[in-house]
Ligand binder design. Sequence first.
Ligand SMILES: *[C@@H]1O[C@H](CO)[C@@H](O)[C@H](O)[C@H]1NC(C)=O
Ligand SMILES: *[C@@H]1O[C@H](CO)[C@@H](O)[C@H](O)[C@H]1NC(C)=O
Ligand SMILES: *[C@@H]1O[C@H](CO)[C@@H](O)[C@H](O)[C@H]1NC(C)=O
Ligand SMILES: *[C@@H]1O[C@H](CO)[C@@H](O)[C@H](O)[C@H]1NC(C)=O
Ligand SMILES: *[C@@H]1O[C@H](CO)[C@@H](O)[C@H](O)[C@H]1NC(C)=O
Ligand SMILES: *[C@@H]1O[C@H](CO)[C@@H](O)[C@H](O)[C@H]1NC(C)=O
Length: 842
Amino acid sequence: MKKLVFILGAILIAPILSIPMNGHHSLVVRSAESSEAKESDKEASGNDKAPSVPQIYQMTIKSKISNRFAHTDVTSKVRNFANKPQEAVFSIILPDSAFISGFVMEVDGKNYTAYVKEKEEAKRTYDEAVSSGLSAAHVAVSARDSNRFTVNVNIEPQKKAAFYLRYEQLLNRLGGRYEQVINIHPGQPVKDLNVEVLIAESRKIVNLKAPPLRSGNEIGVENSELDPRADIEITNDTTATIQFNPNIERQKQLAHILGTKEDDGLAGQFVVQYDVERDPQGGEVLVQDGYFVHFFAPTDLKPLPKQVVFILDTSGSMWGQKIEQLKQAMIKILEQLNEHDTFNLVEFNSNTKVWDINNHSASIWFPRSNRWYYSDDDQTFLTLENATFPRAYPANADNIQKAKKAVEELKSDGSTNMYTALEVGLHLVEIEVLDKKSDIKRQPIVIFLTDGDPTDLSTEAITTKTSEFNSGPRKSPIFALSFGAGAGKTFLERLALRNSGFSRHIYEAADASLQLQDFYKQISSPLLSDVKFKYEPSVTSLTKTEFPIHFGGSEIIIAGLCGRIMPMPIVDGIGKLGKISLKPMITNSISNIERLWAYLTISQLLEKKESSDDEKKVTEKKALDLALKYSFVTPVSSLVVVKPNDTKPVNTVEATEADYSSDRIIGGIGYGASSSQSFPAGGPLAYYPQMAPPRFASAGGLVGGLAGGQGIALSSYPINAINTRHKIAATYRPPAPALSTTTRPSTTRTPLDVLFENLPWLRNILTDGFVKVPSGTYKLGLNETISDSVICAKTPDNQEGHCSLLHQCPMVHSMLQSQTDFFDHFCVLRNEFAGVCCPNSS
Ligand SMILES: *[C@@H]1O[C@H](CO)[C@@H](O)[C@H](O)[C@H]1NC(C)=O
Ligand SMILES: *[C@@H]1O[C@H](CO)[C@@H](O)[C@H](O)[C@H]1NC(C)=O
Ligand SMILES: *[C@@H]1O[C@H](CO)[C@@H](O)[C@H](O)[C@H]1NC(C)=O
Ligand SMILES: *[C@@H]1O[C@H](CO)[C@@H](O)[C@H](O)[C@H]1NC(C)=O
Ligand SMILES: *[C@@H]1O[C@H](CO)[C@@H](O)[C@H](O)[C@H]1NC(C)=O
Ligand SMILES: *[C@@H]1O[C@H](CO)[C@@H](O)[C@H](O)[C@H]1NC(C)=O
């Protein structure tokens, strides 16, 4: 099951709690870098010994997993030891497949319970709050494929508060095991930190372990120093408890190894892995209270031979680290092809090239046979009918060797013409399927990788045309990989879902090559195609029952309502030896199945809503009804905390950012009442990565209302780690010094003059606003402000960075002594602008 990208849970708000506050600094800011914040903190404090933030004295995370369905309860208890009110931040990262299903906040001995409401309704509450001078939260990132939930609340001197959050999710089986990943990041060392995972399955638990902690932003070798030394207690074959309770010293030690500040406490992922012993054939069906669930992961099937068509983007923006990582990954992937598999190598940029691995110069360029888009001398066009493409190569040692050589030769240049490439790829499938002489039937698999937006057609047109073209003998599942922040993630997700595949995002980071290999592993072993599940006709409310392919290492899960009748399932599919029919075992479930069914149904409805335009409204309504009934916070519902009547309106701001890779933490900054900035409706908060120091700005609604106010703001946003991190920016905010004044010094120098002054060599490579670099010609973009977060390899001072226009990253100018320095740290923005790798901390 693939998660979708969407706005989860929207914004929630809650005017709540009025604890009178003195002083004019209504916000307590915790930021390692913002000196402004620290000063204001001190000023308001008056108590130098007390910690500057409320202390979390207890954090308990308890996850119960039964039938692969996990519900996790997070409890955080804080106390304000200072003699002034302080803001407590409760911030939890959850996997993006999880739905929040409950939240209670206990302040001053009173419980405030959150309710799940329709998103529109929650939005209205939010808007009303904003227009009456309240503000809401915003959020940033910290682990891949995850969401963050944040609540801020003020606590009176010497008082306590507690937060109780529950989320639920169905564990996805990958690589032959389930993985429960628990994010721990209290933001400070915690005296009593306790994580407990309880597993109760119907079948025997096998391969149970708690591997080393992870940062959440990198895959690769496990670091044995990060061994959680968890307590694993196996009660019996089907029940186990895993405990992790590091003391403060150990938390600091782990923080240190994970690369965060010791004083910020542990920030990482505790992981529990296991699998269950399974039925070798039709799987297990568990029944309880009129619901059933069917787990299908046969163990005694041999993989189907496959025909893999690799369609790889080699446009200009792949230049540099990305293409190198792609090559590395492709070399490993080619080595993993099985002997009965076949493959083709297709690259695309302005034109599409089908590689002839035996004779490179016999490779076919399509549709322009003259192979160079820009050239006018040869206008010979090919059509799918009259072009002679290289045939699929058997994956023998000799061909693999040749293909690796071809991969080594890939170069990036040109634009991103996607549709033709997809058409050619599917055509290559068709040629093999129609070949009467072929003795083996292979499962076609099209792998499509790109790092940018299409330059030939709109994304909608590509999705529609590809889905239409992908039919008949050439029909093949398409697996789409979006590589880096510049790739159209949502578009590729749709493209894949509409074409019986799924998509993955490859984060642009040092481990990109490993991520690619990891993805390939998931689809390398198709066991069955055309899998169809049939049940007794009286069974209703079934989740999806037809699957184009079942891959080894994964699991298909179906749930439904069977009443008092046995569901009597039959699984049909096409295996290596032809058609087969399998029967599962039916037993009673050890736990309730209803919520699992609701969760799976909602997830699939949301997926359907994203991937197809048919009945969008109806699908959404169904998802909403179920989400409300079962209290799941989903992309169509939101969480709202209601304010007690007797309180006067309050104001807050907050913004959060926790980034495992840096020591910045959480900041919320409000500006004085004299500020006259106004911000468009886009978002109450804006974060501008290019400004120094990193900061958050709050929206108009709260400006001026800060004094004496406090309250709470909740939010839950999709955050795809690195990706959206800097996208929160919506408006331009002048750097700090300009805030106190409404005018900015004017100068007569143009921005270009400034660039030339700082970067004299720029004159040599700049013509009419275009910069010439070895990989092509790109716009300088002086009139542009681009705040996309495109992560880049290395900044001139060797840090992690994001790609930025030259004029938006003045801090690296002094490090770019020559054009060679620039070329070394060059990156492409939006496929057309020249960028430089700019430190995130700038
Ligand atoms: C508030 O709710 C939590 C969680 O449901 C519960 O443990 C706690 O006892 C409640 N506190 C009060 C004061 O009712
Ligand atoms: C295993 O232990 C759990 C918890 O003590 C118990 O509920 C369950 O019935 C036991 N299962 C078996 C097969 O003994
Ligand atoms: C390789 O292909 C080119 C272009 O089709 C052709 O001219 C040449 O003879 C081929 N070389 C070999 C060794 O087959
Ligand atoms: C292929 O067909 C197109 C369209 O009919 C034609 O323009 C082109 O010249 C043909 N190419 C070759 C190599 O025959
Ligand atoms: C709070 O407001 C609600 C709705 O406006 C009302 O029904 C309720 O009686 C009020 N409670 C108090 C304690 O005033
Ligand atoms: C940038 O803006 C200036 C002033 O409005 C204009 O003269 C110039 O043509 C613009 N440059 C580009 C590349 O759009």
